[in-house]
Design a protein. Sequence first.
Length: 306
Amino acid sequence: MTVAVVCGGVGAARLLRGMIQIVPDSELTAIANVGDDIVLHGLNISPDLDTIVYTVSEAVSAERGWGLEGETWQAMEALGRYGDTNWFSLGDKDIGTHLYRTHRLGEGATLAEVTGEIAKAWDLNFTLLPVTNDVVRTMVTTADEGEISFQDYFVRRQHDVAVTSVRFAGADHCQPAPGVLETINSAERIVVAPSNPAVSIDPVLAIPGVRDALIARRADTVAVSPIIGGKALKGPADRLLKELGREATAVGVARWYAEVVGTLIIDEIDADLAPAIEAEGVKAVVVPTIMKDKADAAALARVCLS
Ligand code: FO1
């Protein structure tokens, strides 16, 4: 079965770790968010793409969920000496990925081309596509400090500030990367990963043509709720949904996605919310959704395709 997975970072990477166990590489395409991307120290950093590569290749830091296992931080310490930005931690090994990406983009390669090269170098053989080769930046308006960049919000402020709105700067001028719309149009199943709807999936949908392509495929599109028992497993999705005036429950997620998703997979703990989800016109499927290991991820991936 050909499968397209619409991805943010950590939750998506964990689901993909299951997908690769049951979907042949040639039939699997991940379409990933690049709204979190940032240029720091002259380096092009694409956190969600790298989290996917490192997680699926079993190299990710288990403790952090991003970056590489067994990192050292000497380059960051050296930057600290010069008083340069060091709130965004780049591990010594991870920096190699950013150096390579920056070098290849400087040579004129597209982000999709470089991403393919990076994935291959980590022995990944499924297709990993940034949603666009162009620049889109997730921007967060805070109650107290005005608009700040996503990483400024997420890492520097540890997502511990009140948010009043989110926008995707530049999205209107972006084109989907080659293959993105074709994949959405032709995949037999489309899966929206358990990523943050407001800041990980919405920037993918904001690229012109992507939302409409998904609307046309709604019947074949399933999402996995990133909210379990009213809480996000990781990150600020629950808090953000509330601050943006939504319900921080699986029902709130169903409402958020109702236009593009025909089925929502929710955790057993939320079984009693199934009727309210179906009242939104979204079919609810109740299963265990917490991915503690590869076997859990494969089981959830199987449900997504069933
Ligand atoms: N997350 C943090 O909480 N602190 C960091 O210093 C940090 C550095 C970092 C470097 C490279 C990378 O690929 C990811 C990094 N992340 C860090 C994670 C990243 O900010 C978030 O996971 C995503 O952008 C949200 O999906």
